[in-house]
Ligand binder design. Structure first.
Ligand code: IVH
Length: 707
């Protein structure tokens, strides 16, 4: 019965996933989808004996850091010859015709992501490898399983018992913009383009992070022994029937003219696509002709990529200015004589950092090449030295903050310069304040950038804590405000004292502590005092907190000025504790636990259970500990110490029995029994499904968001 229901739910969820992510034609609401997913997760948690690595519930990923095994490709992953010139393309086609006679071609888009090879056995996804060096790739199966458009089990019938299918992992512009906006808000370096973001994400060690980043996967090539097809077109049509996402933007071309037409069309139309492309791939359709043509050492002789030229313009660099962000990072910006590029007028471009500028030897007054490839922010790719003014001098990078004059510093491993004057540098203070009032943080309405600048410049606020002393009477006389807006602002500030602790923690603007990390920290430590008191070792115990983040947190709370501000925020009545929750039972009241190792649930979930039943979590094994809940792969030293101290050691199962978990099943899934070397951890619950590929992002809109 239960087994049948689990199977039915998996079938239903696979079906709706495909409708949503592959066909872009959902039939049920997100809520209905989530309800089915929760039911499946609950049943899977109750019945680990029915675990399946390809269950749709694995799409949420896990928090475990994976090591990527290197695996040899069954069929080498070759590259493609490429050209930027139609003339060369025509020569290529002529050569084929000379050798094989007239033949049909399939023209496809060249997707600008990172190549992937998926292996299916008996209709089940068993492996996903990156291209690597073409001979060996990295095993990124756990990450790829979280990509919703990759079918875990195939639909229909007639697929070969064993085959590979290759394609591109892409990051749609919408996901890319969201990711970079998030990274910017957290003071993390931005990804230069969606391709880097896709490749970087795929190599992420925690698949739960991959799951959230909204990757997509388009397939364009089958590989296998004795595949039952005679043409490429036919093979892709079948792949589509089996549930793969295969581009609709393909065409069979009988001659050069049709190929040129396809290229000309997409060189323009690609701007409307929601994901990046950088050319067209032209492939011989007939497999027999392909075999006849064969390969060179590196690439097939039956296919070639025609690459679109990145759009370039030449313009004058009028001046170089410097932006200081809320973290103090200094970004050099090129101010350009306005120039039309890919449909938008470009006035500014990032120069990244001092090193990049030195590499280009860029100087004000130079004529520079501006390019807009897959990148959102235009970049300067070169200097036209022939047009350099005779009296031009090398540019000397600034050594003081352009805003406050403080000497800049460079931290180890960082390319950027920083202004260390956190508490006295205007853009940093204003940037922090704007971050604090953001909708996702304190959600203070009525305060935009201009108003915050006004407040600061009029000496009404110096830091975020001053907001809580503001009176309507001080605001009303300011330009563009008036009594009504002043009242609204004050009311919104007062209301923000009710904002939950996790958002307050996010609002503080600690480096690298984004919305999600703040949530994990809040769930783990439950109060600001606990976060402040935590050691580095204790901090990294929270989900998603690594050493870099832990250090940033410690640094933040070591700063006297930050402590003063926190003291004032406390007085203002902000929420510094996670709301108390009702206990499920007192089963563990008065007892202390240490949870260590890996479990079928996440460690934080185990800890939550302890607190939910009145117990207390301790970080380290000591005489104060009553129980050690020992998972797999826990350190032997810890175990020994616990034994020596006479602490009772519990297995996961024994512990779950203590809290009667059979009666209160977890909503999270267990993934035991995977045919993999390492035990899989439990996954967090499914997040909302991102809406990818809805509206094509226009270049100008994206540019405006970042500048
Ligand atoms: S076919 C034997 N088709 O471009 C070569 N590749 O520059 C099989 N790419 O490594 C590749 N879109 O990552 C093919 N429609 C498409 C493609 C495509 C993007 C990538 C792929 C390949 C690279 C070669």
């Amino acid at each position: 019965m239960i087994r049948e229901r689990i199977e039915e739910l998996r079938r239903l969820l696979d079906y709706h996933n495909h409708k949503y992510y592959v066909e872009n034609a959902p039939e049920i609401s997100d809520f209905e989808f989530d309800t089915l997913m929760h039911e499946l997760q609950r049943l899977e948690a109750e019945h680990p004996e029915y675990a399946d690595p390809n269950s749709p519930s694995v799409r949420v990923g896990s928090d475990l850091c994976a090591e990527f095994r290197t695996v040899r490709h069954r069929y080498a992953m070759l590259s493609l010859g490429n050209t930027y010139s139609l003339e060369e393309l025509h020569e290529f086609l002529d050569r084929i015709e000379r050798e094989a006679g007239p033949t049909d071609y399939v023209c496809e888009l060249k997707f600008d992501g990172t190549a992937i090879s998926l292996t299916y056995e008996e209709g089940q996804l068993v492996q996903a490898l990156t291209r690597g060096d073409g001979v060996e790739g990295d095993d990124v199966t756990a990450n790829v399983r979280t990509i919703r458009s990759v079918p875990l089990r195939l639909r229909g019938e007639g697929w070969p018992a064993l085959f590979e299918i290759r394609g591109e992992i892409l990051m749609p512009y919408a996901s890319f913009d969201r990711l970079n906006a998030e990274r910017e808000a957290n003071g993390e370096p931005l990804f230069a383009n969606p391709r880097n973001a896709a490749a970087g994400t795929l190599k992420q060690q925690a698949s739960a992070v991959v799951a959230r980043r909204g990757l997509d996967c388009t397939l364009y090539q089958l590989a296998g022994d004795n595949l039952p097809f005679t043409t490429h077109w036919e093979s892709l049509a079948k792949a589509r029937e089996w549930g793969f996402k295969v581009s609709e933007h393909m065409r069979i071309c009988h001659d050069t003219a049709q190929i040129d037409e396809f290229i000309a069309y997409w060189d323009e139309a690609r701007r409307q696509l929601p994901f990046p492309t950088d050319g067209v791939v032209i492939k011989v359709n007939d497999f027999a002709v392909r075999r006849q043509l064969g390969f060179t050492a590196k690439a097939p002789k039956w296919a070639v990529a025609y690459k679109f030229k990145a759009e370039q313009a030449l313009t004058r660099l009028e001046s170089i200015s410097f932006q200081v962000g809320r973290t103090g990072a200094v970004t050099p910006v090129a101010n350009l004589e306005p120039v039309l590029l890919a449909g938008t007028t470009v006035r500014r471009a990032t120069l990244h950092n001092a090193e990049q500028m030195a590499l280009l030897d860029i100087r004000p007054g130079d004529m520079v090449y501006v390019e807009k490839g897959g990148e959102i922010i235009p970049k300067i790719t070169g200097v036209e030295l022939a047009q350099r003014p005779a009296d031009s001098l090398p540019f000397r990078y600034i050594d003081r903050c352009p805003e406050c004059g403080t000497p800049l510093v460079r931290y180890e491993g960082e390319a950027k310069h920083y202004c260390p004057n956190q508490s006295g540098c205007r853009p940093q203070i204003i940037g922090r304040m704007l971050h604090f009032i953001r909708r996702k943080a304190m959600d203070i309405e009525g305060l935009g950038e201009e108003t915050v600048e006004l407040l600061y410049d009029n000496g009404l606020v110096h830091d975020i804590s001053d907001l809580y002393d503001l009176q309507a009477g001080q605001l009303a006389p300011l330009p563009r405000l008036g009594e009504k807006s002043a009242d609204n602002i004050i009311r919104s500030i007062r209301r923000s004292t009710e904002v939950p602790f996790r958002r307050v923690l996010f609002g503080l603007g600690i480096r690298f502590v984004g919305e999600t990390t703040a949530k994990y920290l809040a769930e783990h430590f439950r109060s600001l005092d606990a976060v402040m008191a935590a050691s580095r070792e204790e901090l990294v115990e929270a989900d998603e907190v690594g050493e870099k983040i832990a250090d940033a947190i410690r640094e933040y709370f070591a700063d006297a000025e930050n402590l003063r501000i926190i003291g004032r925020l406390r007085q203002a009545g902000l929420q510094f504790e996670e709301a108390a929750r009702e206990l499920a039972s007192e089963a563990l009241a008065g007892r202390s636990f240490v949870v260590s190792g890996r479990f079928t649930r996440s460690r934080d979930e185990m800890k939550e259970l302890i607190e939910l039943h009145g117990g207390r979590n301790l970080a380290a094994v000591s005489g104060n500990v009553d129980y050690l809940v020992a998972g797999e792969k826990m350190g032997p030293a810890k175990l020994k110490k616990a034994e020596k101290l006479g602490i009772r050691i519990l297995s996961e199962e024994e512990f779950l029995r203590m809290v009667g978990e059979a009666d209160a099943p977890s909503e999270r899934i267990s993934q035991t029994g995977l045919p993999e070397e390492r035990p899989e951890p439990a996954a967090p619950t499914a997040g909302p499904r991102p809406q990818e590929g809805a509206a094509p992002a226009s270049g100008s809109a994206r540019e405006q968001e970042l500048f």
